[in-house]
Design a protein around this ligand. Structure first.
Ligand SMILES: Cc1cc2nc3c(=O)[nH]c(=O)nc-3n(C[C@H](O)[C@H](O)[C@H](O)COP(=O)(O)O)c2cc1C
Length: 199
C-alpha cells in the first residue's frame, strides 16, 4: 500500500477547514496545448484515488483537454483555499481512465466514480460535443443516463503529483514548503523530501 505523501496532511487539513465552502473543491488544472502553449480551466476535485496520492477529477473524453493530456501527459493544478488563505500547486503526470482501460482496478474506480455522480452531472455527458458550434436545444434534452453504465465519453482523470508547492499567506513572514518526489538510483524506490523555502 503506498505511503501517504507528506503534503497530504496539510492538504487534508485545508480541505477540512474550508469544507463549508463548496467552491474550495474547485481547482484550476493547467495542461499543455498541442501547439506547446498553456491551457487552463476549472475542474472539481473528486477526492484521492484510494489507496494512493493521486487526485481524481472527471471530464468528457471529447473535450480539448483530453487530447492535450494524451499528447503531453503533464499538468499542474493551482488550488486556493479562501478561508485559510493558502495555495497548493501540484505538478505531475496526468492519466486518463477511459472506457477501454484494461487495468481492472482502474476500471472499477471509473465505474464507481460514475455511480457517485448526481443525475445532473451524469446528464452533461449526453450533451453534444464540447466546443462544437452550439447545437439545437433538443440535443440537450436526453434523460439522465444509467448509474451503472458510464458512457464511452466519461473519463476519470488522475493527477499523479511529483512536486507540491504549499504557500500559507498567514504567518509573519509567510510560510512556503516545497515537496519533491525523488527516486533512489540503486533501488528505484521513490520518496518525498520537503524543504521550507522563502515565500
Ligand atoms: C466551477 C466549475 C467547475 C467545473 N468542473 C469541471 C469538471 O469537473 N470537469 C470538466 O471537465 N470541466 C469542468 N468545468 C468546465 C471546464 O472549466 C471547461 O470549461 C471545460 O471542461 C472545457 O475545457 P477544455 O476545452 O479545456 O477541455 C467546470 C467549470 C466550472 C466553472
Amino acid at each position: 500500500m503506498p505511503d501517504l505523501a507528506p503534503w497530504r496532511s496539510p492538504l487534508s487539513r485545508a480541505l477540512h477547514r474550508n469544507r463549508a465552502l463548496a467552491y474550495a473543491r474547485y481547482l484550476q488544472l493547467a495542461t499543455v496545448r498541442t501547439d506547446g502553449r498553456p491551457a487552463n480551466r476549472t475542474v472539481v476535485f473528486r477526492g484521492f484515488l484510494d489507496p494512493g496520492n493521486q487526485l481524481k477529477f472527471i471530464t468528457d473524453g471529447r473535450s480539448a483537454k483530453v487530447e492535450q493530456m494524451q499528447r503531453h501527459p503533464w499538468g499542474e493544478v493551482c488550488w486556493y483555499f479562501p478561508k485559510t488563505h493558502e495555495q497548493f500547486r501540484l505538478r505531475g503526470s496526468l492519466m486518463l481512465v477511459q472506457a477501454h482501460q484494461t487495468d481492472s482496478a482502474l476500471r472499477a474506480h471509473r465505474q464507481q466514480q460514475w455511480r457517485e455522480l448526481s443525475d445532473n452531472a451524469r446528464l452533461q455527458f449526453t450533451w453534444p460535443t464540447p466546443g462544437d458550434p452550439r447545437a439545437a436545444a433538443e440535443s440537450f434534452a436526453a434523460l439522465a443516463p444509467e448509474p451503472e453504465s458510464p458512457p464511452d465519453c466519461f473519463c476519470l482523470g488522475l493527477l499523479v503529483p511529483t512536486q507540491v508547492d504549499h504557500l500559507e499567506l498567514r504567518g509573519e513572514p509567510q510560510n512556503r514548503t516545497l515537496y519533491t518526489q525523488t527516486e533512489t538510483a540503486q533501488t528505484g524506490d521513490r520518496h518525498w523530501i520537503s524543504q521550507s523555502v522563502n515565500p
